[in-house]
Design a protein around this ligand. Structure first.
Ligand code: NAP
Ligand code: SF4
Length: 674
């Protein structure tokens, strides 16, 4: 008897059957743009082998003006069709199913030739769109229909028509972006004409035995978004127009409410999809922050949807479904919703990967094969770099011992998991514990590794991490000064007023930790209130008229840095704004361009600029030092001086810009070569 009876039940679509209730949602990985079709095929085939019922590709543009950026992938030529056939054949050989997403970006297209229902620039693009005339609209519809026909010719099992997230089709639906007065604007019947025509004509073109998913924005999270009545009306019309399945879209890209970041509670929006259940007869998919089989099972058991969509979890672990089905859920590498190697890469024009799985999108390039000879390998340091190296090496057949002076595995991950909104790190540490045990790795915890203890190993990997940087501020050894380690390890009393020296990732984390009593990430109702999310049946677009209502801050915090740039500028590309907005809601004062003069009983004395002008005291009971980190490589140096050959990875190698993404990638890549 499986633990996941709902999740693993097949879904009969009449003309075809899905083997379970799991959809791999669309992600733009950048793979198609590499034009290495073997690589694209292997990415999808690995997920098909891992048991997912149906996958949706990244968005394919129906025409150049609809591409998210110039040169975005699409199926324009016969050669494109031949290339995509490499992918669909490989997926079918692996007993998988795959649908192609057709994504017309409308005014979100990052190019001057973008088009939209009305000439209203989006707040997230510098390019004002050209308003389409009636012929122009017909052309867009025809191009979408042609893309669907080409997808069918390329062997796809279906298409997903992207009607949500504020893209082209969504732009027609709401008065926020559609000011037209012709047949395509005005009354709701006119504004929803475009999606209905698109689905109707696509169905007509592809025949009955082809999956047509329509992704419908169920809560826009923007001013003047759709009402719930309109959502239901549209869903019924889309069903009548011939869609096979409805998928859920949550929030426009320009929304100022986080929808998928790690601080968003798990399954935070499945209640929205649930409202649509029973309104239509076709299956409905729900999505957003569903990352483990138990969460997905509960969503289905609660009647929130007929299927669940998970996207990033399939970057983290291609074998998600197979592991769940064989009782090995604890071995699923968990997506921690950090966006660091996926969306942050996409928005920086880089190929996607995954923080917890560097092989994602690198399947053909980073291979982990059994080694020819078994080596004895010592890994010093049980943080992300050491753990990933140890597990990969052991999986290849080596005999591995991990040394760490701490008594538990995880290194800095154990600090990260204490931060409100970063609870997913608990699961990551648990996953590493499971995999270390499974791989038969010997543990030597709670002991400091010495040269003697490390003698006799074929390879020594030094992953000793980092030490806090000394900011050398006069008075920093006083009783009112703490390091971030004291704070995040929960060992120290922190006063009511706090000044934080350093506004990098850790300064922001410490500020979050100090202003928050109970993490809203653990309490959906509180989180919805904090960000001002309401029921779309009560308030248009799901925005509460009163706006965000966070709890009062637990402490009065001032966050400082020496650089005069905006604080938090270097945080994650897609998540930095959330950290900044979160702290602003908690009245955290952010001050840049300072010099630290001294610390005394009154607090932190600062001045401004090169002339050390405008001296003042930031009155604080406690000053927390978060001034960055330096490599901890004393052991590496000792061993090297004694003539041992060592491999130094993670923060011990380079501390600047260190994050778990680089640490895990470096550890995995090293171990793949030993
Ligand atoms: P960091 O990001 O390098 O920030 C260090 C901070 O200390 C900066 O604000 C810097 O600003 C300040 N600083 C540097 N030298 C100083 C000195 N001598 N005296 C006083 N202040 C000094 O380092 P971190 O905050 O320790 O974070 C470490 C790494 O963990 C980061 O690279 C980060 O990516 C990662 N991390 C990421 C997240 C995330 O949300 N993605 C969260 C936590 C940690 P000024 O030089 O302008 O003063
Ligand atoms: Fe999930 Fe982070 Fe991996 Fe993206 S990089 S798939 S958010 S764990």
């Amino acid at each position: 008897m499986t633990q996941y009876p709902h999740l693993l039940t097949p879904l009969d679509l009449g003309f075809t059957k899905l083997k379970n209730r799991v959809l791999m949602g669309s992600m733009h990985t950048g793979l198609e743009e590499t034009k290495d079709w073997n690589r694209v095929a292997e990415f999808y085939a690995a997920r098909a082998r891992g048991g997912v019922a149906l996958m949706v590709t990244g968005g394919m543009a129906p025409n150049p003006e609809g591409g998210v950026f110039p040169g975005a992938a699409g199926l324009y030529t016969d050669e494109d069709i031949t290339n995509h056939k490499v992918v669909t054949d490989r997926v079918h050989d692996a007993d998988g199913k795959i649908a192609m997403q057709i994504l017309h970006a409308g005014r979100y297209a990052y190019a001057p030739n973008c088009v939209a229902p009305s000439a209203i620039k989006s707040p997230i693009s510098p390019f004002p769109p050209t308003e389409l005339d009636a012929d122009g609209i017909e052309k867009q519809i025809n191009d979408i229909v042609t893309a669907a026909m080409r997808a069918q010719e390329a062997g796809y099992d279906g298409v997903e028509i992207m009607g949500s997230e504020g893209y082209f089709i969504n732009q027609f639906l709401v008065t926020h972006t559609n000011k037209r007065t012709d047949d395509w604007g005005g009354a709701y019947e006119n504004r929803m004409r475009l999606p209905i025509e698109v689905v109707r004509r696509v169905r007509e073109a592809v025949g009955n035995d082809f999956i047509v998913i329509y992704r419908l924005s169920m809560i826009d999270l923007v001013p003047n978004g759709s009402t719930w009545e309109e959502v239901v009306q549209l869903a019924k019309a889309i069903e009548n127009a011939g869609a096979t399945i409805l998928n859920t879209g949550i929030g426009w890209h320009e929304a100022r409410i986080p929808t998928i970041a790690t601080s968003v509670p798990r399954r935070a929006f499945t209640w929205v999809t649930k409202k649509l259940m029973g309104e239509v007869q076709i299956p409905i998919i729900t999505s957003n922050r569903i990352n483990m089989p138990d969460v997905a099972e509960a969503v289905l058991a609660d009647g929130c949807a007929d299927m669940v969509s998970m996207a990033r979890p399939f970057l983290a672990d291609p074998d998600f479904v197979a592991k769940a089905a064989s009782g090995k859920s604890a071995e699923i590498a968990p997506c921690i919703a950090c966006n660091q190697a996926c969306l942050d890469h996409t928005f920086s024009g880089k190929l996607s990967s995954c923080l917890v799985n560097p092989r994602a999108c690198h399947e053909t390039e980073l291979t982990v094969e059994p080694s020819d000879a078994t080596k004895k390998i010592a890994v010093v340091g049980a943080g992300p770099a050491g753990l990933s190296a140890a597990i990969t090496a052991a999986e290849r057949g080596h005999q591995v011992t991990i040394f760490d002076k701490a008594s538990e595995l995880g290194g800095q991950l154990n600090m990260a998991k204490q931060v409100p909104g970063k609870e997913e790190f608990w699961g990551l540490v648990d996953y590493y514990k499971t995999m270390v045990a499974k791989a038969g790795i010997t543990l030597s915890l709670g002991t400091t590794a010495t040269e003697d203890a490390l003698t006799g190993y074929d390879d020594i990997i030094i992953a000793t991490g980092v030490a806090p940087r000394d900011p050398a501020i006069p008075g920093q050894n006083g009783p009112n000064v703490l390091s971030y380690i004291d704070v995040l390890r929960g060992k120290a009393e922190v006063g009511q007023t706090v000044a934080i020296v350093g506004a990098g990732g850790i300064g922001f984390d410490v500020a979050e930790f100090l202003v928050t009593d109970e993490s809203p990430t653990e309490d959906l109702q509180e989180w919805l209130q904090e960000w001002g999310v309401g029921d779309p049946a009560d308030t248009r677009g799901g925005l509460r008229p009163e706006g965000p209502k966070p709890d009062a801050p637990a402490r009065q915090v001032t966050l400082l840095q020496r650089k005069s740039e905006k604080l938090g500028k270097r945080l994650g590309k897609t998540t930095g704004w959330i950290h900044r907005a979160g702290l602003q809601m908690k009245n955290v004062q952010m001050i840049g361009g300072v010099n630290y003069e001294k610390i005394d009983a009154d607090g932190l004395h600062i001045s401004h600029g090169e002339g050390r002008e405008d001296p003042k005291v930031i009155e604080a009971d406690t000053i927390v030092l978060c001034a960055g980190q330096v490599p901890e490589r004393s052991l590496a140096d000792t061993l090297t001086e004694a003539g041992h050959k060592v491999h130094v990875i993670g923060g011990a190698d380079v501390a600047a810009e260190l994050d778990a993404k680089r640490a895990i990638d470096q550890g995995t890549r090293l171990a793949a070569t030993l």
